[in-house]
Design a protein around this ligand. Structure first.
Ligand SMILES: Cc1ncc(COP(=O)(O)O)c(C=O)c1O
Length: 410
């Protein structure tokens, strides 16, 4: 019989835009005993998680809970539940994940309108606002932090216009939540999706979402109770039911409500992980956490510049937690990534579509976002580039990053 060895994954320094290193406290929480899903001890954990999610999303929304699945499961749940077939949906696209929103909206049977911006930049708020005014969509779906290009879309002014036009505003904050400010209530965002495997430093496998009463009103029009759970006469809502059972937010909210109307079997160990990850965020404090992400970005960027590397994209809308670096002429980007992994145990990312082979993406997210990791990636990248025959002035990069830390009194 074939012998399978003990699982022994390498300890990596993960400097990608996700997944990133998981805080040891989160890993420990995942090893705790499984509880039954209606055990009061477990439902207390569910309620505490909702409370902490409200704080993370900066919202007074009643609904804030995780969808079980990777981040796109949260996106898909929100979109398939809030977009009824035939709805007019506007998607501003400035990278891969805007295209993902487009694809999901089409699969929801929406009449989709897109506006596109060249990769590496974002929309001026007025451009989105004028599209909303002319298209008059039922729903606007937009990415906050576009990890494929390392850009961040300003959102603060868009929500008000959505209210005026009676459109729901859905935001993919998968990459930004827990790393840079996401002001759900202040920016008038109707539904927001976060990610676990990025700035929250929890493994991939859950997607926290929140939505307000405007969004809930639409869900209630699509209300469903699973046939086998009905106890009396059931009256369907005025809009067609959500086309997915797993992702029906109306049914999920019944499960997360005191009613605990059963839906799926909650992912116990992932919920422990989410709860511990949220506890870590709240212990650090959102503002301090955002400041930490900004500091390490600054050190990384200083080090990359001192190495003579050029950052990709419009600097005015750079996403704090991802640095996109142009691969120097004549350097094989994949060979550099392989050497970083094989010799230094460091992972950085490539990119997608039109940027494939043109840029590296270096993340400074969550637990991975710390001084020793930043210094390590800079030193290793410098050594690797020298090994690839690229000419640079050795030693300057790490010194430039150390200067930033020294100036900031770290
Ligand atoms: C901005 C953004 N949205 C959505 C996703 C999809 O997330 P997942 O791969 O967890 O489904 C990602 C993943 O990288 C992302 O960066």
């Amino acid at each position: 019989m074939k012998r399978y060895e003990d699982l022994a994954p390498s300890l990596r320094c993960i400097m990608t835009p996700g997944p990133v290193e998981v805080d040891p406290r989160v890993l420990r929480a995942m090893s705790f005993p499984v509880l039954g899903q209606f055990d009061p001890e477990f439902t207390d954990i569910m309620n505490e998680t909702m409370e902490m999610l409200r704080a993370l999303f900066k919202t007074g929304n009643k609904w804030a809970f995780p969808v079980d699945g990777t981040s796109r499961s949260g996106i898909e749940a929100v979109m398939v539940s809030l977009i009824a077939p035939g709805d007019r949906v506007l998607i501003p696209i400035f990278g891969r994940f805007g295209h993902l929103l487009h694809e999901i909206a089409e699969r929801c049977g929406a009449e989709v309108y897109t506006i596109e911006k060249e990769w590496g930049s974002v929309f001026a708020p007025e451009e989105v606002i004028s599209a909303i005014r002319s298209i008059k969509p039922d729903v606007v779906a937009i990415v906050h932090g576009e990890t494929s290009t390392g850009r961040m879309q300003p959102l603060a002014e868009i929500g008000q216009v959505c209210r005026e036009q009676d459109a729901l505003l859905i935001v993919d904050a998968v990459a930004t939540i827990g790393g840079v400010p996401v002001e759900t209530d202040e920016w008038l965002l109707d539904a927001v999706i976060g990610g676990t495997q990025k700035c929250l430093s929890i493994p991939s496998g859950m997607a926290p979402v929140t939505y307000n009463e405007r969004a809930e009103a639409k869900l209630l029009k699509r209300k469903q109770v699973e046939r086998g759970l009905r106890t009396g006469r059931f009256e369907a809502g005025e809009l067609p039911p959500v086309r997915s059972n797993y992702f029906d937010l109306g049914m999920l909210q019944d499960y997360w409500s005191p009613q605990r109307l059963n839906h799926h079997t909650e992912m116990t160990s992932m919920l422990y992980a989410l709860r511990e990850g949220l506890r870590l965020v709240l212990e650090e404090g959102l503002e301090a956490r955002h400041a930490r992400h900004a500091l390490h970005e600054q050190a990384l960027v200083a080090g990359l510049a001192a190495m003579g590397l050029t950052l990709y994209g419009d600097p005015d809308c750079k996403l704090t937690v991802v640095a996109c670096v142009q691969i120097p002429e004549g350097v094989d980007g994949e060979s550099v990534r392989t050497m970083l992994l094989d010799h230094f145990g460091i992972e950085i990312a490539s990119s997608f579509g039109p940027l494939k082979g043109k840029i590296w993406r270096i993340g400074t997210m969550g637990f991975s976002c710390r001084e020793n990791n930043v210094l390590r990636v800079l030193g290793a990248l410098e050594a690797t580039l020298l090994r690839h025959g690229h000419s640079l002035s050795p030693g300057l990069s790490v010194q430039a990053a150390l200067d930033v830390y020294e100036q900031k009194g770290r």
